[in-house]
Write a protein of this length. Structure first.
Length: 446
C-alpha cells in the first residue's frame, strides 16, 4: 500500500510542541475541574465548519446544548468563507456569536474553550484530535478516526494517561435501534452470527463534488500548508481541498465515509477488535471525472476469534455510487434467520427449515418473527427527534464530559475501526489479501 508516512514520534512531538510552531500546553486538571459543576458553562470550539457540521452536528448541538449548559464560543477554520459562514450560522442556530479564529493554534492559545468538535477532512481527524488532547480539550471527533496506522496510533498514544473525554462520530452506537440490536444479539436468542451483508448505494453524479466552490476559491483565501497537516507538500489544488473525498491520501472515499459506520457495528455487537483478513475489488467504472477513489467497491471480511480460526463469520460490504437500488442496508444472519437493521425486524428468513433439518436428523431452527422493539424492552428506545442518532450521540458526549465517564464510542472503538479501515485501504491498493500484525500494530499484505 502506498500511504504517506511520518514517524509517529515526530508526529506526537510536533503535536505536543504545537504544529506550525505555536506551543500547545495541556490545561491543569484542577483548572478544568471547575467546569464540571452543573451551573458551569462548557465552552466549545468548532474545528472546521464543514458540511457535516452545518447539516448534522450543529442542529444536534442546538437541540441538546441548553440541558447540559454547553455553548459554542469559537470557530476555527482556515478558509475565510467557511469561517464567516460558521460565525453567522452558529449564531442563528444557538443565539450565541462565536469568536472566529484563523487556525487551531490561535484558538488554543486564546484559551477560550474547554472542548472541541472536530469535523475536518477525513485525513485530519486523528491529527487534529492529537492537537486537541495536547491542548487539554475534551473532543467530539468525526469518523473515521484515522485511515493510516501512523495517525491511529498517534491519537491513541496521546490519550493514554490523559483524562480527556473523546467521542468518535460513529453515532449508531447511540441510536436506539442499534442499542436494542446489541442487547438482543448479546442475549443469545439470535444464535451465532454466520454472515453479515452491508450495502450503501447511491446514484448521485454530484456526490462529493463541489464544482462551483472549486471555481471560486483562491489559494490566498485559505491556508493550504496547514490543510496538508502531516502529508508531504504538493502544489495547491482546489479540487483536493474541496473534493478531498475523491482523492487518496486525503480520503479513501467509500470506506472512509460509509463503510466505517457499518463495520463499527460488527465490532460493537461481537466484541471483536478487527477483521482477521480483508480482500477488496472495485474501481472507477462510471464517473470519469478525474477522481482516484473508487465509485464501486466490494469488500469481504473474515471475522472471528483471533486465536480460534475454526469459528467465525463473513462480512460482505458492497457499495456503489452509480445505481441506488438496494439503498443502505445492514443484514445479520444466523442459522435461524435474519436481523434487518433497515426495517428493525427479526425474521426466520433463510433459517433452517423443518424439511431440510429432518433430512439430516436435525431440528428445525426458525426465529420467531417480531419487531426489534418487541425483543427488547421498549423503554430503551427514546425519541430523540430529527437525525436522532447524531442528536443522541452529541447528548451522550455532553453527559460524559459532565460526568467524566467513557462515552458510547470511545477511543478504542475509533482505533478498532481505523485498523479495519487501514486493512481495507491496503487491500484496495494492493489487490491482495491483507491481515494484521498485532505485535507491530500494522497491516500485512500477503
Amino acid at each position: 500500500m502506498s500511504e504517506p508516512k511520518m514517524p509517529r514520534r515526530e508526529f506526537l512531538k510536533d503535536a505536543a510542541a504545537g504544529v506550525g510552531g505555536v506551543a500547545l500546553s495541556a490545561l491543569p486538571a484542577a483548572s478544568y475541574a471547575r467546569i464540571l459543576g452543573a451551573n458551569r458553562r462548557v465552552r466549545v470550539g468548532v474545528v472546521g465548519f464543514s458540511d457535516r457540521f452545518r447539516q448534522a452536528l450543529l442542529p444536534a448541538f442546538a437541540a441538546v446544548a441548553k440541558e447540559h449548559n454547553f455553548e459554542i464560543v469559537a470557530v476555527s477554520d482556515i478558509w475565510n468563507r467557511r469561517r464567516d459562514e460558521g460565525v453567522a450560522q452558529i449564531e442563528t442556530a444557538t443565539g450565541a456569536r462565536p469568536q472566529p479564529f484563523r487556525n487551531n493554534e490561535e484558538m488554543y492559545d486564546a484559551r477560550v474553550t474547554d472542548a472541541v468538535m472536530i469535523s475536518t477532512p477525513d485525513f485530519l481527524h486523528g491529527y487534529h484530535g492529537v492537537e486537541a488532547i495536547q491542548a487539554g480539550q475534551d473532543a467530539y471527533i468525526e469518523k473515521p478516526l484515522a485511515h493510516t496506522m501512523e495517525n491511529a496510533l498517534a491519537i491513541r498514544d496521546a490519550l493514554k494517561g490523559s483524562d480527556r473525554i473523546v467521542q468518535i462520530g460513529t453515532q449508531r452506537r447511540s441510536a436506539a435501534n442499534y442499542q436494542m440490536a446489541n442487547e438482543y444479539l448479546r442475549s443469545g436468542k439470535f444464535g451465532d452470527i454466520v454472515m453479515a451483508e452491508m450495502t450503501w448505494n447511491v446514484n448521485q453524479p454530484g456526490r462529493w463534488r463541489r464544482p462551483e466552490l472549486v471555481a471560486s476559491i483562491k489559494e490566498e483565501d485559505t491556508d493550504w500548508k496547514r490543510f496538508l497537516g502531516n502529508l508531504p507538500y504538493e502544489p495547491w489544488d482546489p479540487r483536493k481541498y474541496l473534493e478531498y473525498r475523491l482523492f487518496w491520501p486525503y480520503s479513501s472515499g467509500i470506506p472512509d465515509q460509509w463503510m466505517v459506520h457499518q463495520l463499527d457495528t460488527v465490532h460493537w455487537f461481537t466484541d471483536l477488535p478487527r477483521p482477521r483478513s480483508v480482500v477488496a475489488n472495485g474501481g472507477v467504472y462510471l464517473w470519469k471525472d478525474g477522481r482516484m477513489n473508487w465509485d464501486t467497491a466490494t469488500i469481504v471480511f473474515d471475522y472471528g476469534p483471533l486465536d480460534d480460526p475454526s469459528r467465525g463469520f463473513q462480512v460482505v460490504y458492497a457499495s456503489r455510487m452509480t445505481n441506488s437500488a438496494g439503498g443502505t442496508k445492514e443484514l445479520y444472519y444466523s442459522n435461524g434467520g435474519m436481523l434487518n437493521l433497515d426495517t428493525n425486524e427479526i425474521t426466520p428468513t433463510g433459517g433452517l427449515t423443518e424439511a431440510a433439518a429432518a433430512a439430516m436428523g436435525m431440528q428445525a431452527h426458525q426465529l420467531p418473527a417480531m419487531k426489534l422493539s418487541d425483543a427488547v424492552p421498549p423503554e430503551t428506545a427514546a425519541n430523540t427527534g430529527a437525525d436522532s442518532s447524531t442528536t443522541a450521540h452529541v447528548r451522550n458526549w455532553m453527559e460524559c464530559v459532565r460526568k467524566r465517564k467513557q462515552p458510547n464510542a470511545g477511543i478504542e472503538a475509533g482505533y478498532n475501526h481505523s485498523v479495519a479501515l487501514c486493512m481495507t485501504i491496503a487491500a484496495m491498493h494492493s489487490g491482495k489479501k491483507v491481515t494484521f500484525d498485532d505485535g507491530r500494530q500494522d497491516v500485512v499484505i500477503e
